[in-house]
Ligand binder design. Structure first.
Ligand code: HEC
Ligand code: HEC
Length: 419
């Protein structure tokens, strides 16, 4: 009797698990639906991570000051107007009332690099950390400059003036022209300068200084990532290659290999081993858990009310989950199938113009991009090859021969704006 019951029990479990298998293989959860059980984040760690994200250079002054001499460039030529024009942002909350008044009434000269140094001294330039001193004559001198994660992955809400406002951490700075800024370094050859200057606003090539290939990608958001088992456009980061977690994998890469921070990075898949500690302290590793927790705490921003047509978006949602086939990859609570066991897609499967970038990565594949907050960060795809969400829909309609009518394309676009 007992044996028979046990057998029935085992059979039931088998049938249940088999049908579960079939379900996850054949039936997608609709985009945006379902939940992932994620442990709560430790608020103390998150707060620590916020300071690291905004202000930590990991000792990268060695690169930006000693090697690239960017302190000299800024001191000699970068007045605030120039700084804002290359996409640097000013944190209004760091400005004392007298400076706010001075900017408003024009008594502070925004065409003088000395003003930039004064802003650095106030720790008001997002993503830059400067050490400023005074000459005997009373002029300001920039002794050291370093960069932080916020340079590329924060912007401001323009509440005071264009480029000056409250910080929006995790928002990609698509106004920033990091290549143009680097190209000003006197330490580069003319050929290097030309390449850096060619990248354009909102783009950066985080592999160029290692593989020599020139193929920049857009700066992505650092929000909405909690729950994804892989990071980057190509899913390079995962727990197998960085025990702290998927985002920490890439944070270590960038801190060491791009910012020039004092730390170590190694990944046999891309044949890279870097030790930037110079035999001294590792300033990166112990900061990774807090840095990752802060990024995980950043939710994708909600669309502003009135920014899309509600009825059209409703119709678009049905298309997303049926005729337009978007849900076959953008499935589940995060709009990405990477949460299904870390699934990635082959190199031809992107509809972006460039396919080559993935071949430079560790996985040689693409991760389906999460779509929450997508309204916020045009242009789209890793290469920015779709200027708008309606251009995204157009690309999919053509490449995947979806046969959407103009009305259907419009509805699908409105739905994307609503995510
Ligand atoms: C010079 C600009 C720049 C700086 C500085 C920078 N990043 Fe990035 N970041 C990028 C670019 C470009 C990518 C896209 C690379 C890719 O996916 O292949 C990226 C990718 C990422 C991703 C992956 C997002 C995703 O969708 O999985 C995260 C997370 C991230 N960066 C966080 C950081 C942190 C934390 C720092 C500081 C340690 C940092 N970045 C510094 C430009 C920058
Ligand atoms: C075969 C899998 C697949 C299908 C089907 C698919 N996508 Fe994607 N989607 C991806 C991948 C992979 C990326 C990242 C590609 C890249 O950046 O080159 C992406 C990127 C995007 C992006 C850009 C995200 C960003 O941050 O820039 C949007 C928007 C998007 N998809 C919307 C859609 C819509 C709408 C549909 C249906 C018409 C759709 N996708 C169908 C796999 C897919």
């Amino acid at each position: 009797m007992i044996t028979r019951l046990t057998l029935i029990g085992i059979a039931a479990i088998l049938i249940l698990s088999l049908s579960n298998c079939n379900k996850s293989d054949n039936e997608y959860q609709n985009g945006g639906e379902g939940t992932i059980n994620l442990p709560p984040l430790d608020p103390t760690l998150v707060n620590k991570g916020k300071d690291i994200f905004r202000y930590e250079t990991f000792g990268d002054e060695t690169t930006w000051t000693d090697l690239l001499k960017m302190n000299q460039v800024i001191e000699a030529t970068v007045d605030p107007v120039t700084a804002l024009s290359v996409g640097l942002k000013v944190d209004a909350s760091a400005l004392p009332p007298a400076v706010v008044t001075g900017i408003t009434d024009g008594s502070i000269n925004l065409n003088d690099p000395q003003t930039t140094l004064a802003l650095l001294q106030l720790n008001a330039v997002v993503g830059l950390q400067g050490k400023v001193s005074s000459t005997p004559e009373g002029a300001l001198k920039l002794d050291k400059i370093g960069i932080t994660c916020a340079l590329c992955h924060s912007t401001v809400d323009d509440s005071f003036a264009p480029g000056i406002g409250n910080r929006l951490d995790g928002y990609p700075n698509r106004d920033l022209d990091p290549g143009l800024i680097i190209s000003l370094s006197p330490a580069l050859t003319a050929a290097q300068k030309n390449i850096y200057a060619s990248w354009g606003k909102g783009k950066f090539d985080p592999r160029f200084n290692h593989d020599g290939l020139n193929n920049p990608v857009v700066i992505p958001p650092a929000y909405g990532l909690y729950g994804l088992p892989k990071s980057t456009f190509t899913g390079d980061g995962d727990i197998q290659h960085e025990p702290v977690g998927p985002v920490a994998y890439w944070n270590r890469y960038v801190a060491v290999a791009e910012m020039g921070g004092h730390g170590k990075f190694s990944d046999a898949r891309i044949g890279m081993t870097i030790d930037n500690t110079g035999g001294g302290a590792d300033l990166v590793t112990d900061k990774l858990p807090a840095l990752q927790a802060y990024q995980f705490s950043l939710a994708a921003p909600l669309p502003k009310s009135g920014s899309f047509d509600v009825a059209a978006a409703k119709a678009g949602k049905i298309l997303f989950n049926s005729k337009a086939q978007c849900v076959s990859c953008h499935s589940g609570p995060k709009f990405t199938d990477v949460i299904q066991g870390g699934k990635l897609h082959s190199i031809e499967e992107t509809v972006a113009t460039d396919k080559m970038y993935a071949s430079r990565s560790a996985t040689k594949k693409w991760r389906t991009s999460p779509l929450k907050g997508i309204w916020q960060h045009a242009p789209y795809f890793h290469d920015g090859s779709a200027e708008t969400l309606s251009a995204v829909v157009e690309k999919y309609n053509n490449s995947r021969k979806l046969g959407l009518s103009n009305q259907e394309k419009q509805n699908l676009t409105e739905y994307l704006k609503s995510l």
